[in-house]
Design a protein around this ligand. Sequence first.
Ligand code: M6R
Length: 366
Amino acid sequence: EKGGYDHFMLKEIYEQPDAIRDTYRGRLLVKEGIIRMAGIDDNIEKFINADRIIIVACGTSWHAGLVAEYIFEDIARIPVEVEYASEFRYRNPVITKKDVVIAISQSGETADTLAAIKLAKANGAFVFGVCNVVGSTIARETHAGAYTHAGPEIGVASTKAFTTQITLLTLIALKLAKVKGEISNSDYRYHLQELELIPEKVAKALKSEDHIKMIAEKYKNAKNFLYLGRGYNFPVALEGALKLKEISYIHAEGYPAAEMKHGPIALIDENMPVVVIATKKGHYEKVVSNIEEIKARQGKIIGIVTEGDENVKSLADYVIEVPESLESLSPLLTTIPLQLLSYHIAVMLNRNVDQPRNLAKSVTVE
Ligand code: M6R
């Protein structure tokens, strides 16, 4: 059932090219220049007239929501707020009929997300679900929705659910950008073409596994890790840290790279591995100067870089390359090495990778 892999998590990491393809299949029509999604088409007025989109989710799904915030605001010019469902539900939030709420949940059973949906509905908002499990409670409780087609995710650590959520939310953002006239035809077409290429680029990123294993061996005994990223890759830093924490039990923090100087820089010494997402597009020079600051304090640098990068390579202790893509699509690629890094560290530490202590696959209690 693990298809020859040692763990479900590894199998699911390797399923990502297919899972992403399955998620855009029938929706992304590159030749025709069309994104077809019934749940959006049928409710297009609600999305276009929305004052804002509020995204509610927990854990990794919340991180996918943060990535979506960047793309919705960047290309569709719709204001977005991303909320932890557990905070939103108890905050007496301001919700109106002109809000569209997007609830993201792999399992479709997360108690806090479900409660946030009920609250939003009671206040007249239109609620759209992004779920993986067909027929799940959240899929049924929302007004409309779209499924990610990741297939069953068994490992407690979410991997393919995350990348398929981002894929789906990217399709929605592109579609809304087009309908609203916020994106030029050529830019739109370019995005569609690049999105279609993502599965093969993910497959290429997976080829770094042996190199990543070697890096895992070097740092598996570290007590703390810091993950830094900027822009679209800030949520990827959060996700990389969560992945390491939950399966290896090593303390890790994700931070926006530029916030480092406001506190976390004090932690950096020769025992601190810092994983820095430093792909070519998006604040590259600024991230490089953050890397210089880490180096000056003897921190150990693992750079996630664009193929062929020489600059970060000359500064970092190790680099892991990912193929080039649009900045907005880069989280789908930069996430891959972070999944593999945490997986291999956890395996080396003899952790129960698929069923980490104290965790359940779906959190049906608050
Ligand atoms: O099923 P959901 O997407 O609603 O689950 C949300 C979180 O419980 C989940 O993402 C959790 O954080 C994962 N274990 C992360 O790998």
